[in-house]
Every structure is written in structure tokens, then in C-alpha cells.
Ligand binder design. Structure first.
Ligand SMILES: [Ca+2]
Ligand SMILES: [Ca+2]
Ligand SMILES: [Ca+2]
Length: 630
């Protein structure tokens, strides 16, 4: 059956490339990996009591099993919804909790579901029985694939006889609520549904062969003392995650960043939302901070005032823009060769535990300990200083490829320094056509023009993707010394497109180029960042004109980082005839090599990155040396 589908798909691509050979975007097949089970909370559940509330802001990958039945199939994620009422949404598609499509046949039918734990509705006081309402926010498509008019999302309530009744549904086929969430509120009437084992479930119907026909659910609330107009809550939230503190990058090679914090730094921002009624303003304070993620040490506090100032208005989104990060603080945070920085925003609101007004006259209230409306007031993101560049946020929402014979895809990175490219990392997701074991050409260009002037090419194979968002590292058969600009990419062999993960949350589509007919064109169609990353500067780089293997007896410099321009070489020095030192701009620095003492001295007082070339008869051993202030 897979063969038949592939042939069908290929013929589709043949047709389409005649019409419009270009870069194309497809849905993912694989949504959540086996690791979902490790992160799933396990708890023995009694019947839940009212109120029921979940905005998914504290869940990862799978729903909280204290509230939802385990084995439910939706995926909790941070990137697939657009403008949710709070961070994270539950996404419905055509794959189960293992990421396996429900069917290999091209069928439509019952796809993902999200089923609540039983909730005890048998003891609602008579005076409140008509005030029990269920509300939620929903969206179709978002950063995913749009449902067709035969697809639907249904909300069902379970009655006392165990029968599920559909109480609400939405169908695909139009563009309503594909970018914004819509809130619904539905009465849970006394009688069939107010029993001790009440449950509700969302069920999607759509294509069963992959990550198609996306619906997103957020902010589910079931409680009494409501009516059909009770759409608001005293809750202020964060709706997105912080943008990168390094402009377009979520990762920069440590040594490209050193001394260039000004080149890369940017102010970070986040979007907040208020669930208060329209026009209802609330003054909030917020803090934006960055931390060394491994030590937890605060690097810089961009914002943290005690003064109220910024207004959140009910039912509106507000951007919180942090002050620019302090360069000195960033520089002081440098360790030796890598650093992971955590960006954290939190809003200081008057949010509290959820509560019920028991007596509107006296103002008496009862607070619910388990329902803390401040859980959605904090959001964090990581950026990495190590050996690679990344534009993507590490999670693919869709995938991109080229629909033409031998089509090529290239991705631009601008380099602030000359450096040695050693590896390429690519995330090949599972898509409807099985990509595993397919061969393709990995290509590197320093310039894209219409002559074939490839800097490097090698054949690679796609590994079967066994978990979500997992990159494969492809070492280059030869390290390449490159300057100013770099295009990395792929060329498929034949007609079948090769798809690379596409992060839809951060758009660097203007750096994607494609070649379907012998000439390069800039992408204008697809928005997102390819999950295609260059890796630089292995500590054992060897620049040779041939493909000689890296020497097992590698030479090292000690100490490195150094605090004075004098270091020792450790390792087999016999073959070393000469040593030269360059600064990062490529200028040679006067130096002296005392071979008998294994010591290099050089004349500079400037701290930064230096490149040490050690010449043996048929090789140049290249080492990076970091010089820091004492
Ligand atoms: Ca949420
Ligand atoms: Ca809140
Ligand atoms: Ca993403």
C-alpha cells in the first residue's frame, strides 16, 4: 500500500513541477516520540471535583494525567497554535501518541482525542445546578495544516448511561479561526450529565495518514456559578515564549560570539494576554532576566521594576519588550568554550488561586488550592553558545523540500569570522513519503550563482527518525575553512523531494534559496526556519588538502583559555617545524616558539580568539586559543 501511495505522490509531484517547480511545505507524519511516556506524570486518580481547569501551560508533550486519561493522543506543544490564550496548546492530527498514523490507507475517520478524567457532578447544590458551564478555546490550522470541509472537531459529554453525546462541533473547509482562537461556552445541564462519573472529550475527524487536519484546544474550564456570558476570568497570561536574545539565532558558535556580543545581541520580547473583559485594564509589572542555564547564576536583569506601568487590556495581546541586554554582563558570563543562556520573563499580576464568590454581598470567597492562575505567568527559552549556528527553535511544525528533478535547497549563514566548518546537522522528519535510507547530496557553497561552483559535496543517507525533532549529525569528509558567507544545503537525487524539518515559529525564509532548473531563486513562498545547522571548529581541526583522518595524537594548548600570551603545547611535537599565530581577522601575530620547552609566546595584549597553526611536513594542525583578562 505504501508503494501505491508513493507512486501516486510522485505522479502528483511530476504534475506540480511542470506547473510550479519550487520549494514546498508539507505536514509532518511523526508528532510525539516514545519519550512522551517518560515525561508523563503518573498518578492514581479518584474522581475529580469541580472546578476543572487546564490551560496546558505546565504540560510537555502529553496532557497532565491527573486531569486527562492517559493514552490520549493529542500532543501538547508550544509552537503549533497561533495566538493562544496562554502558552502551550493541545494539538489534534492524524497520528497517535506514538506518532504513528492511524492508517496507512488514504482514509478519513476518527483521529485524535482528548478525554477528561471522571469528574464528580453528583453533589452540586440544587441552587447551582443551572450554573454549570463548560468553556474552551479552539483554533484550526494555526501553524499546521488546514482541515477540509469533511473534517471536524467534536465536543462530547458522557451521560449517566455511559453514552457520549455531541454537544458542539466545528468543521473545516473555511479560514475562520485559523489564526485566532475562538472561545465557546456550553451549559452542562442537570439531568443526564450531572452524575458522579461525568467525562467530556474532544474528538477530531480527518485524514488518518499523518499530521494533517490540525485543530488546537486551549484553556478548558468547567465550573459552576456561570452563565452563557461568563467568558472572562481574572487571569493574565503569557501567550508566547521569549524571542532570542541573539537576533535571528538560537545558537551561535561560542568563538564567533566572543568579542562580538554587540553584533549579535538583541532585545528580547514576549506576548502577554488578558482574559479579563474587553476594555478592562490591568496594570502589570514584568521582569526579563537571563541566566547561565547550567549554574542558575543571573547574568543580566534587563527589566524588573517595582512600578506598575504597562497595561494589559482585557481580551487583547500586549508585547512586552525587554531592554537591550548588557554587553558587559554577557561578556562576563563567558566560561570556557560553551554557555547555555536561559531567558526568563515573568509578569507580576494580581492573579491568584481561582476562587468562587460564595456571597456576593459579603464578598466571601473560596479559593481552590490546585488551580493557580499564576502558573501561566512565566515563560523561558534557551539560546546556546557552543559550536553550531541555529535559526530554528528546535521543534518542527511542518517540513520543506523542493518538488523538481534533482532539486536543490540552500540556506544562508553569514559568518563574522573565518572558521572551519566541520559538520552539518539536519532534522529529517517523518513525512508521508518514507524518507528513511534515502540518499542525497549534502552541499556547501560559499557563493550561489548559476555556475555550479560547489565548495564541497558528499553523499549522505537519511536515518529513520526515531524521535521527534532529533537532528542527525553529518561530519564533513573534509573540514572547510570558510569566510563571510556560507550556504549549506541538499540536492535530492531524482524526483522525490527530500523534506527537512521547518520551524514555523521563527521566520528566516528570506535565507532559503532553491534551484529547480539550473538557476537559483530566493524563496518567497515558505515562512519558517529550516532545521539545518552548520557546526564549526572541532578542537582537533586539521586543515589538509586531502581527506586525511584526524590525528589520534592530537596536539593541545595549555592553558586554554589562557590569561597571558604564553602557552604550552602538549602532545607529540617531534614533527612540528614551525608555528604561526593569527588573530581572528586573519592577521599574523608575531610569535616565538621554544620547541625544547614546548612553549609559544606571542606579542599581543588584546584578549580574544587566536588561531594557532602548527606545521608538520605534510599537515597544518590548527588550534584555537582564547586569551582572557586576568
Ligand atoms: Ca495554553
Ligand atoms: Ca496568569
Ligand atoms: Ca517550532
Amino acid at each position: 500500500m505504501r508503494l501505491r501511495r508513493l507512486i501516486f505522490s510522485v505522479s502528483l509531484w511530476i504534475c506540480s513541477c511542470v506547473l510550479w517547480a519550487q520549494v514546498i511545505e508539507v505536514s509532518l507524519k511523526h508528532r510525539s516520540g516514545s519519550e512522551t511516556f517518560r515525561t508523563q506524570k503518573t498518578q492514581i486518580i479518584d474522581t475529580l471535583a469541580l472546578p476543572f481547569w487546564d490551560d496546558f501551560s505546565t504540560s510537555q508533550l502529553v496532557p497532565d494525567s491527573t486531569k486527562w486519561l492517559s493514552g490520549v493522543h493529542v500532543n501538547i506543544n508550544r509552537g503549533r497554535g497561533l495566538n493562544p490564550p496562554s502558552i502551550n496548546v493541545a494539538t489534534f492530527d492524524g497520528t497517535d501518541q506514538h506518532g504513528i498514523p492511524y492508517s496507512d490507507l488514504d482514509l478519513r475517520g476518527e483521529a485524535d482525542s482528548l478525554v477528561s478524567q471522571p469528574i464528580n457532578l453528583s453533589n452540586i447544590p440544587p441552587g447551582l445546578r443551572n450554573t454549570l458551564y463548560f468553556s474552551f478555546f479552539w483554533q484550526k490550522k494555526g501553524n499546521g495544516e488546514i482541515p477540509e470541509n469533511v473534517d471536524s472537531l467534536r465536543l462530547q459529554f458522557k451521560d449517566q448511561n455511559g453514552v457520549w453525546s455531541t454537544v458542539w462541533s466545528a468543521v473545516g473547509g473555511d479560514t475562520l479561526y485559523i489564526e485566532n482562537f475562538k472561545q465557546e461556552i456550553i451549559q452542562v445541564p442537570f439531568g443526564p450529565f450531572q452524575h458522579a462519573g461525568f467525562q467530556f472529550r474532544f474528538q477530531s475527524y480527518g485524514k488518518l495518514t499523518g499530521g494533517y487536519d490540525n485543530w488546537h484546544i486551549d484553556y478548558v474550564l468547567l465550573r459552576t456559578r456561570r452563565d452563557e456570558n461568563d467568558l472572562y476570568l481574572r487571569d493574565r497570561t503569557l501567550s508566547t515564549y521569549p524571542t532570542s536574545i541573539f537576533k535571528d539565532f538560537t545558537a551561535i558558535p561560542f568563538e564567533h560570539y566572543c568579542g562580538r556580543a554587540d553584533t549579535f545581541r538583541d532585545s528580547t520580547s514576549i506576548t502577554g494576554f488578558s482574559l479579563e473583559p474587553p476594555g478592562f485594564p490591568a496594570s502589570i509589572r514584568f521582569a526579563a532576566q537571563i541566566f547561565d542555564a547550567s549554574s542558575g547564576i543571573l547574568i543580566d536583569e534587563m527589566n524588573n521594576t517595582d512600578e506598575d506601568g504597562l497595561l494589559f487590556n482585557g481580551q487583547l495581546f500586549t508585547t512586552l519588550q525587554a531592554n537591550v541586554i548588557d554587553t558587559i554582563a554577557l561578556n562576563n558570563a563567558k566560561t570556557d568554550t560553551s554557555l547555555v543562556i536561559l531567558t526568563k520573563f515573568f509578569i507580576r499580576t494580581k492573579d491568584s488561586l481561582m476562587f468562587d464568590f460564595i456571597n456576593p454581598v459579603s464578598g466571601d470567597s473560596v479559593f481552590f488550592d490546585d488551580l493557580d492562575l499564576t502558573v501561566n505567568d512565566t515563560a523561558t527559552a534557551l539560546v546556546t553558545l557552543d559550536r553550531h549556528y541555529a535559526y530554528d527553535d528546535g521543534s518542527a511544525e511542518t517540513a520543506a523540500g523542493v518538488n523538481a528533478m534533482n532539486g536543490q535547497l540552500a540556506y544562508l549563514y553569514l559568518l563574522p569570522v573565518r572558521d572551519t566548518l566541520t559538520d552539518i546537522q539536519i532534522y529529517f522528519p517523518n513525512v508521508e513519503s518514507d524518507q528513511a535510507d534515502q540518499s542525497l547530496r549534502l552541499k556547501i557553497w560559499s557563493r550561489l550563482n548559476n555556475q555550479e561552483n560547489v565548495t564541497h559535496t558528499q553523499t549522505i543517507f537519511i536515518n529513520a527518525s526515531d524521535s521527534l525533532d532529533k537532528f542527525t549529525n553529518y561530519p564533513l569528509s573534509k573540514a572547510l575553512l570558510l569566510g563571510d558567507s556560507l550556504f549549506i544545503g541538499i540536492q535530492q537525487t531524482g524526483l522525490v523531494p527530500v523534506f527537512i524539518g521547518l520551524d514555523k515559529n521563527h521566520n528566516t525564509g528570506d535565507r532559503i534559496y532553491f534551484n529547480t532548473s539550473g538557476s537559483w531563486q530566493a524563496n518567497t513562498k515558505i515562512q519558517g526556519s529550516l532545521m539545518l545547522r552548520p557546526v564549526f571548529g572541532n578542537t582537533d581541526d586539521i586543515l589538509t588538502p586531502t581527506d586525511e583522518p584526524v590525528s589520534p595524537n592530537a596536539l593541545t594548548l595549555f592553558p586554554n583559555p589562557a590569561y597571558e600570551p604564553r602557552v604550552r603545547i602538549e602532545g607529540p611535537l617531534d614533527q612540528i617545524q614551525r608555528i604561526r599565530i593569527f588573530d581572528i581577522a586573519g592577521r599574523e601575530i608575531p610569535s616565538r616558539f621554544e620547541k625544547s620547552q614546548k612553549v609559544i609566546e606571542f606579542s599581543t595584549l588584546r584578549n580574544g580568539i587566536y588561531v594557532v597553526h602548527m606545521y608538520s611536513p605534510n599537515k597544518i594542525h590548527v588550534k584555537r586559543l582564547i586569551l582572557l583578562d586576568k
